[in-house]
Write a protein that binds this ligand. Structure first.
Ligand code: ARG
Ligand code: ZN
Length: 879
């Protein structure tokens, strides 16, 4: 395998740059087929910089046309420039202005990093290393500079000209051109730079901050989509108010702009004062967007807005610290959603995501610590470990310190580090100083990869009236980390007495226990409670208070007792999941289930459905079985996805077919005629109704698929329509082909709805899906440069269609590998991301394992791969 360049960056090598860029003056001349960028960089040596130390600037695919210092052009010998950098051999040892000019071709930029065009609009993406594709620069997050940006562009192609900060000038530039000048007073790293030029519509609004600053808000989009931006605007205003209430954080500029673009490598980007979004996370109207889309928009609008403090005002010293801003900001957006909607439902959904995405990453060849200590390609570290496990770590801090202690910590963090580029160590120091606690051992969460296993044995002594919990933790080795240290595990818990009410104790010994929290930080511990009149049932890890795999060995009877009586909604949900999981794992492993055990689960599901104290959204999450991927994880090795698929379907039928009448009544009782609204209660109602429908179809109940087909045809919103379509397609009912075709004709003209069709098509667990996808990709009108289309089709297939992707004959693996090879030449980030779908390969049964390995080895032996894809491939094969 040849790769672009082989290099590994190590955290231990971090050193400040010998020069700093303190201010930046950019002049963009945007034209129909190229863009010229003139940069004036005010550079200062550090006091410690020795004479003759070269200034080394990053560049990527740049073409230099001129270079000067303080106005004087440089002699050829004074600098060295190529596409990847510019070195000034012997810069002056004083403040000076470096002037460069480069010519860019945004039109041909299919990597979508740096300056590129999306449906004609010029836009930028700079995090993490895209600014070097715009101009030669110290493209590292610890260089904070103030930016002034002048843009000149054709008035007809780009009547709207935006950049970070405030608009300070604009006007006519002659020859059909106009200009705008923007200035951002807040020093920032280059990854937060942004510019947009295009012919865009907008909606506007405003927000008055707690201290009375009036902020003008605008969302820009393709003409005609304005009315689809209202939910995003509503979400933005609620986010701004929430950050003031919960974290005391106010917005700091007079303008906050959001721009929706169609071609974007990920969800969205928090550029200072000018967030740029993938349009799928902005546009929503009931006929074309699902409840899931509304949720996603609210969450990501909040996430990017919250970055203004956690990421922008306080940024990262280097990219190893990525989790400093991402883990914390995900935690903040999770809390926002919990406060705005249902805390229990949000927690359960987040844990489902964590288990189905992060746990497999942490248990496979791509495992890495939330703060890695080396990388070859930083783009490959925007992972669920950095984001979601990072958020879990912050959540544990909040649990350990309590609400007030946690807030004291964030207050001190902002106070100390505002305007700085900092580290995980500084973050933890703020919490430990504000609360006078030692967080040295806690820090290991950031440094260690792998999901800890927490096992708990219980013992009740009737004579002594004591109850003992024996705790053990273990983290298995991960690539590059053969030995693991013990972690601090905050275990929220309660004991439940035989009558279902909480049981208290007169004394406790053996570990740190405060109220409802055990802080377990050794390899083993015994916690003994005294004054316990009868054997309690323990409810452990309430609210999923630590991101671990918990093994309790509780009997089915105890689990079902918890499902009924636990005051913690998370653990009630968990108990039902555990019962389902145990049955599924047994059945797939060849141990047929006992009918009484299935009947008991069925009964518990029925009780849950009928419980009027539980809300609909919660019930929708509860009345289901763990998904195929989670069952695979629980099995752990020699995975046969086909067996899991069949075993789970059989179990689903056995548990839910007996509830057909109740499910049908539930379905009918939730039918609504009021207009669509994305509020939590309405969303919950649709979720439960569609869950009931899915279970009816999945259990093969007579008339169920007709009911789904009818729902498809009469639906007044996309949530209901897509839910019906997708359940019919998943179960391959006779109605499916015609309805899939209908959906395509009805909505194929709307790219974001086309994505839904592509995803449903790609996730159907049946033969022929690969041929269907090949035909879609071969259609010349299929846009291979658009990440949303590619991910909806092939990304969904590799991550969400286990039986076909992991076909025993290897055809699924080959299809994805061919796709990766082709797309890698267009957009390496998309290719590398899709390739991570292979990470499960070492856990597969031998036939599939060999097939996957052969395909990966073939990819490695093949042509040139991008650094992104080569890095994933190498790590994947090393295990
Ligand atoms: N900072 C952005 C966010 O979390 C995402 C940037 C993703 N960058 C990447 N190279 N994957 O909202
Ligand atoms: Zn983020």
């Amino acid at each position: 395998m040849r790769t672009e360049t082989e290099h590994t960056i190590y955290l231990k090598d971090y050193a400040p740059s010998p020069y700093r860029i303190v201010s930046v003056d950019l002049d963009f001349k945007i034209q129909a087929d190229n863009t010229r960028v003139r940069a004036l960089l005010t550079v200062e040596p550090r006091e410690t910089t020795a004479p003759g130390t070269p200034l080394v600037l990053d560049g990527d695919e740049l073409h230099l046309s001129s270079v000067a210092i303080d106005g004087a052009p440089l002699a050829l010998a004074a600098y060295a420039a190529d596409a990847n950098g510019l070195t000034i051999v012997e810069p002056p040892l004083r403040r000076f202005v470096l002037e460069t000019e480069v010519l860019l071709q945004p039109e041909g930029n299919t990597k979508l990093m740096g300056l590129y065009r999306s449906s004609g609009t010029w836009c930028t993406q700079c995090e993490p290393e895209g600014f070097r594709r715009i101009t030669y620069y110290l493209d590292r997050p610890d260089n904070l500079a103030v930016f002034k940006v002048r843009m000149t562009a054709p008035l007809d192609l780009a009547p709207v000209l935006l950049a970070n900060g405030n608009l300070i000038d604009k006007g006519d530039a002659g020859d059909g051109m106009h200009y705008a000048v923007w200035e951002d007073p807040f020093p920032k790293p280059a990854y937060l730079f942004a510019l947009v030029a295009g012919d865009l519509g907008s909606i506007t609004d405003n927000f008055t901050t707690a201290s009375g600053r009036k902020v003008d808000l605008a969302i820009y989009c393709t003409h005609g989509k304005e009315s689809q931006c209202l939910w995003a605007m509503d979400s933005l205003k609620r986010s701004m108010a929430w950050d003031e209430r919960r974290f005391g954080r106010e917005y700091d500029l007079d303008i906050f702009n959001i721009v929706a673009v169609s071609d974007f490598n990920f969800g969205a980007m928090e550029n200072k004062g000018l967030n740029i979004f993938n349009d799928r996370l902005v546009f929503a109207e009931p006929e074309t967007a699902t409840d899931g889309n509304y949720d996603g928009i609210e969450r990501v609008i909040a996430h990017e807005y919250f970055h203004n403090w956690t990421g922008n005002r306080v940024t990262c010293r280097d990219w190893f610290q990525l989790c400093l801003k991402e883990g914390l900001t995900v935690y903040r957006d999770q809390e926002f959603t919990s406060d705005e909607r249902s805390r229990a439902v949000k927690r359960i959904s987040d844990v489902v995501t964590l288990r189905s995405a992060q746990f497999p990453e942490d248990g496979g060849p791509l495992a890495h610590p939330p703060r890695p200590d080396q990388y070859r390609e930083i783009n490959n570290f925007y992972t669920t470990t950095v984001y979601e496990k990072g958020a879990e770590i912050v959540r544990m801090l909040a649990t350990l310190l309590g609400t007030d202690g946690f807030r004291k910590g964030t207050d001190l963090y902002f106070e100390r580090h505002d305007g700085q580029a900092t580290t995980i160590e500084a973050f933890l120091a703020a919490f430990s100083d504000a609360n006078d606690v030692n967080l040295d051992q806690f820090k290991a969460w950031y440094l260690q990869a792998g999901t800890p296993h927490l096992s708990v044995d219980q013992h009740y002594d009737a004579d002594k009236q004591t109850y003992t919990l024996k705790l053990k933790q273990q983290t298995l080795p991960t690539p590059g980390q053969p030995t693991k240290q013990d972690l601090v595990l905050p275990i929220k818990f309660g004991l439940i007495g035989p009558n279902g009410s909480p049981m208290s104790w007169s004394g406790v010994s053996g570990a740190q226990v405060r109220d409802d929290l055990i802080v377990f930080n050794g390899a083993e511990a015994e916690v003994t409670f005294t004054g316990i009149p009868s054997r309690p049932v323990p409810s452990l890890l309430r609210e999923f208070s630590a991101p671990v795999v918990l093994e309790t060995g509780l009997s089915q009877e105890d689990q079902l007792f918890l499902a009924r009586h636990d005051s913690d909604p998370f653990n009630r949900w968990q108990a039902l999941q555990d019962v389902g999981m145990a049955l599924a794992v047994d059945a797939i492993g060849g141990k047929p289930w006992r009918d009484e055990a299935v009947a008991a689960l069925s009964q518990a599901m029925s009780d849950t459905l009928g419980n009027s104290e539980l809300d609909d959204a919660y019930k929708a999450l509860a009345v289901t079985l763990p998904d195929e991927q989670m069952i695979g994880r629980a099995i752990g090795s020699n995975i046969d996805p086909q067996k899991i698929h069949e075993g789970r379907r059989d179990l689903l039928k056995a548990v839910f077919a007996p509830l057909a009448e109740q499910l049908r009544k539930t379905y009918e009782g939730l039918t609504s005629t009021v207009p669509y609204s994305p509020d939590a209660a309405s969303t919950g109602r649709r979720a439960l109704r569609n869950r009931a429908l899915g279970l009816l179809v999945g259990s093969g109940v007579a008339g169920a698929s007709e009911l789904a087909a009818q729902q498809y045809s009469t639906a007044s919103n996309m949530t209901d329509r897509l839910a019906a379509l997708s359940v019919l397609a998943t179960y391959g009912t006779v109605e499916a082909p015609a309805l899939l075709a209908d959906f395509r004709t009805r909505f194929g003209g709307d790219p974001l709805v086309l994505d839904k069709w592509l995803s449903v098509t790609a996730s159907v667990p049946r033969d022929g899906v690969i041929e269907d996808m090949k035909a879609i990709l071969a259609d010349p009108s299929f846009p291979k440069t658009n990440p949303n289309r590619l991910r909806s089709l092939v990304g969904t297939f590799a991550m969400g269609n286990p039986t076909q992707f992991m076909r025993a004959d290897g055809a699924g693996f080959r299809f994805v590998a061919e796709f990766v090879t082709e797309v890698d030449k267009i957009n390496p980030q998309v290719a590398a991301r899709v390739l991570t779908g292979f990470r499960i390969w070492p856990m597969l049964e031998s036939g599939r394992r060999d097939a996957a390995k052969a395909v990966l080895a073939g990819l490695q032996a093949g042509g040139t791969l991008s650094r992104n894809t080569a890095d994933i491939l190498t790590r994947m094969l090393a295990s």
